[in-house]
Design a protein around this ligand. Structure first.
Ligand SMILES: [Zn+2]
Length: 139
């Protein structure tokens, strides 16, 4: 999109393509090990829990909670115009953790942002092929 002015991730055909294909369709896809059944994030070709190479992709619920967060007061490039904004680690319902920029919070009032709050994933179209996931507080 012409109005998306932040760095655009590049899909890796061997590792992350299914993630970006899903994101383009509004689906949160996570790699899951078929040996230990655990999901992980970021995508890797080897399971970080049991070192298996047997990875499949599953659609996640898109539900999670805030694990922790930090308000960013300085940024560069396209992010500079969003200062202050809040970054957070999200504990996804399926068990993995994702770093995100939180949507739906008042970053000028950090006391209003609560660890443990429920969040839902949403996607922002960055280019024809890449949509970037963000998480929005829903409670
Ligand atoms: Zn495993």
């Amino acid at each position: 999109m012409a109005d998306y002015n932040k760095p655009i991730p590049e899909a890796d055909p061997y590792v992350t393509q299914p993630f970006w294909d899903g994101a383009k369709d509004g689906k949160l896809m996570l790699p899951r090990c078929t040996d230990c059944s655990k999901v992980h994030f970021y995508p890797r070709i080897i399971c970080p829990h049991c070192q298996s190479f047997n990875i499949e992709w599953v659609e996640a619920s898109g539900n999670g909670t805030i694990h922790t967060f930090a308000v960013q007061q300085r940024a560069f490039g396209g992010w500079a115009e969003e200062v202050p904004f809040t970054t957070a680690f999200i504990d996804m319902a399926e068990g993995a953790r994702m770093l995100t920029v939180l949507r739906g919070v008042d970053s000028t009032n950090p006391q209003s942002i609560k660890i443990g709050s429920k969040v839902k994933v949403e996607f922002e179209k960055a280019s024809d092929d890449i949509s970037v996931p963000f998480w929005r507080v829903v409670e």
